[in-house]
Design a protein around this ligand. Structure first.
Ligand SMILES: Cc1cc2nc3c(=O)[nH]c(=O)nc-3n(C[C@H](O)[C@H](O)[C@H](O)COP(=O)(O)OP(=O)(O)OC[C@H]3O[C@@H](n4cnc5c(N)ncnc54)[C@H](O)[C@@H]3O)c2cc1C
Length: 298
């Protein structure tokens, strides 16, 4: 969504993704294959003590390629909690307008949420008990939705009806000229004179060889999920405040910084029109290695 917004605003955008572009022809509906290809580190990511496990997608489009598509509006209690933690603009009407806009773009509707046997029994139970029951809203294209495929959407949606990131915001970004580098894992956010100035990454080619990639850019958006955004900042040795306003953080990354950085989202960022000074230099290959490497992020 950030890439689409910035590209629509005339900025020269490069999206860098550690994983691959997957579409309907890649979805085998097999769990092992899907976990290996499209889940971060192949599935669950447990804490050291094993008490908490987090799953995340790794595809161009992130988790939206393999998630279950439930589109829940953020509850008031959660929004209040975020506001108390210092996030601005999440507890007022503007936030509702943003939610509405996103839900519309990803075609969220409740017409394609079939109840299976257990759901149906639960519905009957809630009715008997006088409890509330709502059908979930999901980001599915009504025209192409196929109930036959509904049980497999966690492995990618073969029907193509799932309105994932690649079908919505990343398609919008591409239509506005954004470029995409896949199989390219960012190792570090570069800084120059206290401001973010680009990234260093490694691209892994299908034959296993690698290319070192450096992108110089006047602005960097870190949006690699709640597990990896903080990790990338730590790897980059970024304390936050020193980077200034050129670095825009995934909200989850905020607390990992040694001091609180100035965080912002594109709508609130100072916008620059595409120009010689604001366009990032195209990705430059700075070194090539012939060592084979796994295409799955470590
Ligand atoms: C199985 C499953 C089911 C889910 N079901 C739902 C649901 O029904 N409803 C719902 O609202 N949410 C659901 N979610 C959660 C939802 O998908 C995520 O909250 C959402 O995708 C997070 O978006 P994100 O952009 O923050 O990060 P992610 O979607 O995690 O994307 C981060 C991307 O960054 C890439 N990346 C990481 N590190 C680097 C690096 N160093 N360099 C380059 N790229 C990097 C990753 O490969 C990944 O593609 C589900 C998640 C999973 C795993």
């Amino acid at each position: 969504m950030i890439a689409a917004t910035l590209a629509a605003d005339g900025l020269d955008v490069i999206v860098v993704e550690a994983s691959e572009y997957f579409n309907e022809s890649d979805f085998s509906n097999l769990d092992l294959d899907a976990y290996a290809k499209m889940y971060w580190r192949g599935g669950s990511n447990p804490t050291a003590d094993g008490n908490v496990s987090i799953m995340a997608g790794t595809t161009l489009g992130g988790g939206t390629t393999i998630n279950w598509m439930n589109c829940l509006r953020t509850r008031d209690g959660v929004r209040a909690e975020w506001a108390n933690a210092g996030l601005e603009g999440v507890d007022g009407p503007d936030y509702d307008a943003h939610l509405d806009a996103v839900l519309e773009r990803i075609s969220a509707n409740d017409a394609c949420s079939d109840l299976n046997g257990p759901h149906q029994r639960m519905k009957e139970g809630t009715e008997k008990l006088g409890w509330s029951f709502k059908t979930i809203v999901r980001n599915t294209d009504r025209e192409t939705y196929s109930p036959d495929n509904a049980g497999y959407v966690g492995f990618g949606d073969r029907s193509g009806s799932k309105q994932s990131g690649t079908k919505t915001y990343l398609a919008d970004a591409a239509a506005k000229g954004a470029r995409f580098l896949v199989r390219t894992r960012v190792a570090k956010v570069l800084t120059d004179g206290g401001a973010a100035s680009g990234i260093e990454a490694t691209q892994i080619h299908p034959d296993g060889t690698t290319t070192a990639v450096t992108i110089r850019a006047p602005r960097v958006v870190v949006a690699c999920g709640s597990l990896e955004s903080p990790a990338l900042l730590l790897r980059s040795g970024i304390g936050g405040a020193a980077v200034g306003e050129n670095l825009h953080l995934h909200p989850c990354a905020r607390r990992s910084s040694a001091s609180t950085p100035r965080t912002s989202v594109p709508g609130g960022a100072r916008r620059r029109r595409r120009s010689a000074t604001s366009s990032p230099t195209p990705a430059t290959a700075t070194a090539t290695s012939s060592s084979p490497a796994s295409t799955r992020p470590p």
